[in-house]
Write a protein that binds this ligand. Structure first.
Ligand SMILES: [Fe+2]
Length: 260
């Protein structure tokens, strides 16, 4: 059995004091990680931290070095893919150390434990908020899914291939979910697809494959299906998630307040 923390959407910035945000993302991330470290034994065996993007809000090198310094306290492999707010070059300096990056320009990687194969794919279109899987990423996925394996398979991408019902979020979702779906036909078993981006917990499916999105550590979008839904956010509930990747395992969200 392999166990993972699933964290997402930290949105750190170079200098919080220059912004008039209602929250301090660096403090929140530090507080979250400190609480996990305090209770680390409660999670049992942990094999890594899956980070589903938007580590940074402004793409600054400082935001990545700050996030790395905080997360390294977990003393676990950091398995990260970028979100729409990230920039690959500064992120590579800190978050390409623990994964087998296939091409040094993109966050496409494969990570294996004794019973689990995790495939991380890069959906970032720099300068845009929507996501798109490049043909190279889809080819890597197809190749890995085509190979026989006894291991449980996890796919991790920032932009979920399912809708949330929140119009302004769904407009900036994954634009080629249909191509992903076609590629997943190569899978010989149901796989778990872990995502971020939507700052909330949404469950759905893509064919036989389950999809779930992690809460953000710092903010949450209000559930509002109105076409004119405001783009505001809430400060709670936020948190992270835990994954037991075994075939009869589970994914469960944990709110930050539960960590006290
Ligand atoms: Fe985000």
């Amino acid at each position: 059995m392999s166990g993972f923390l699933h964290l997402s959407d930290f949105h750190l910035v170079e200098d919080e004091t220059l912004l008039s945000r209602a929250f301090n993302a660096k403090y929140i991330l530090k507080n979250t990680i400190d609480k996990i470290v305090d209770k680390k034994k409660d999670f049992g065996n942990l094999d890594g931290v899956i980070i589903t993007g938007d580590i940074s809000d402004d793409g600054s090198t400082t935001s990545y070095s700050d996030a790395y310094d905080i997360l390294k306290e977990l003393n676990l492999p950091l398995l990260a893919i970028p979100g729409n707010h990230d920039l690959r070059e500064p992120m590579m300096k800190y978050f390409a150390k623990d994964t087998n990056i296939q091409n040094p320009e993109f966050f496409d990687w494969v990570y294996e434990t004794s019973d689990t194969l995790i495939i991380g794919l890069d959906t970032l279109v720099e300068g845009q908020n929507h996501g798109m899987l490049r043909s190279e990423s889809l080819n890597l996925l197809f190749e890995k899914l085509s190979q026989p394996t006894e291991k449980n398979i996890i796919l991790t991408i920032h932009h979920p291939p399912i809708n949330t019902g929140i119009p302004f979020m769904d407009e900036i979702g994954l634009k080629n979910s249909d191509e992903l779906s076609e590629c997943l036909d190569a899978a010989k078993q149901p796989i778990r697809i872990l995502c971020g981006h939507v700052h909330g917990i949404y469950q759905g499916s893509l064919g036989i494959h389950s999809v779930v999105t992690a809460p953000s550590t710092c903010t949450r979008f209000s559930f509002n299906r109105r076409v004119d839904a405001p783009k505001g956010f809430k400060l709670f509930p936020t948190g992270f998630a835990y994954l037991d990747s075994s075939s009869n395992g589970f994914w469960t969200p944990l709110t930050t307040s539960e960590q006290k």
